[in-house]
Design a protein around this ligand. Structure first.
Ligand code: FAD
Length: 362
């Protein structure tokens, strides 16, 4: 019953995946753009607006690198009193990087963590998750993406080992009933285009090697299993830490909702970073943002559980701020162009019961 060289069986039989332990079901829309995130600078009236939105399922993962690009553009305008619109993953990292460069920063946002969409993410380092379509992954996009991914990865290393474990590495096990333990990025039969997959090609050196386990050599009986090592964000602790750092550095926050970008004219700052995420769709009438619905089911935390699982299209992530179970479907079109945010109890039960079935049949 041993699994790997460094696991004890007690780590394995205590996951309490039952529907009565569900504490919360949350739904959120990923801000997907076929051509990738928007990072250009636009003149709107008297304002220089640097865009930093549209990161699909990779917003946390690419945040430090993407915001680094936005901050360079904002500082190049010569201004040192800068507004950041939005307080999610991209707004917070933009604001902190601006402060580190010596700027005075005010965040203007409708919502703050934990009430932003970013707080409803899975919490894994997934830098190419729905980041763009393959047909838009040009050599220049790949170079930018690689820089964003490497910068973010390195920055995340500085948050390891801190109180509350904002960031940590976990082992995660892909379990399969057949010999193919690769997560399949199957294409839908209707011929829709493929999403870009960039990690193996461009940052393979950052990905720890996976390890295969033969049937019978692990607790899941005659199934097949592969171990991956993943970086995980405990988003409650992590976003609190980012907020606290921003305030400690003298940052100001104003709660405000902009109904049109024309309202930016009322701000005193001449340079703004627009990190409104999915909100940019309405604010800038940017129909290039497609919502991709994702639902998380939270279970009562179990601090002793430190491994993730993936089985039959369901992922389990051992977040300290609530175990996260999620149906992710057969491919990345799951939830595509679906902006509904009503929780689906049946989907939640299916996700929990699928993970539970790994523990219940032996
Ligand atoms: C189910 C799910 C799982 C995910 N898992 C992961 C993952 O594991 N790893 C990963 O890297 N990414 C993941 N993502 C993607 C990630 O969550 C997003 O890419 C990221 O949250 C986008 O951050 P943001 O700062 O752009 O937007 P948001 O978090 O939406 O923040 C936008 C900010 O702008 C403000 N705002 C918007 N409109 C206005 C307005 N009109 N006026 C004033 N303020 C406004 C909001 O109040 C908020 O403060 C996941 C997404 C989903 C839905």
């Amino acid at each position: 019953m041993r699994l790997g060289r460094c696991r004890t069986p007690s780590n394995w039989f205590c996951l309490r995946a039952t529907t009565d332990r569900i504490t919360r079901i949350t739904v959120c829309t990923r801000p997907f753009r076929a051509q990738g995130p928007r990072l250009d600078i636009e003149q709107i009236g008297q304002k220089n607006v640097v865009h930093n939105y549209g990161h699909g399922g990779s917003g946390w993962s690419l945040s430090w690198g993407s915001s680094g690009i936005a901050v360079q553009k904002a500082l190049a305008t010569g201004e040192r009193d800068i507004a950041v619109i939005g307080c999610g993953a991209l707004g917070l990292t933009s604001a902190l990087l601006l402060q580190r460069a010596g700027a005075h920063v005010t965040i203007y946002a409708k919502e703050l963590p934990p009430n932003v969409r970013s707080s409803l993410a899975t919490g894994l380092w997934t830098p190419d998750s729905r980041i763009c379509l393959e047909e838009h992954a040009t050599p220049s996009f790949k170079q930018t993406w690689q820089n964003m991914a490497r910068t973010s990865f390195q920055t995340y290393q500085t948050f390891l080992g801190l109180p509350g474990n904002p960031v940590e590495f976990i082992d995660s096990y892909v379990v399969s009933d057949d010999a193919d333990t690769e997560r399949r990025h199957t294409l839908p039969a209707d011929g829709r285009p493929k999403f870009a997959e960039l990690q193996r090609e461009l940052i393979n050196d950052l990905i720890p090697k996976s390890e295969e386990y033969a049937p019978g050599s692990h607790p899941f009986h005659d199934r097949y299993m592969r171990r991956n090592t993943l970086m995980m964000f405990n988003l409650a602790a992590y976003s609190r830490m980012l907020m606290a750092d921003f305030i400690a550095n003298g940052g100001k926050i104003e709660i405000v909702e902009f109904h049109t970008h024309g309202e930016f004219a009322a701000l005193r700052q001449r340079t703004l970073i627009n990190a409104t995420g999915y909100g940019a769709r309405a604010l800038f009438d940017d129909q290039s943002i497609t919502p991709v619905r994702g639902q998380l089911t939270r279970l009562i935390p179990q601090p002793e559980i430190n491994y993730g699982l993936f089985y039959k299209g369901v992922s389990f992530v051992p977040r300290r701020d609530g175990l996260v179970v999620q149906a992710v479907g057969e491919n990345d079109y799951y939830g595509f162009d679906d902006a509904t945010t009503v929780p689906d109890q049946a989907e939640a039960n299916f996700a929990v019961n699928t993970i539970a079935s790994l523990f219940n049949d032996g």
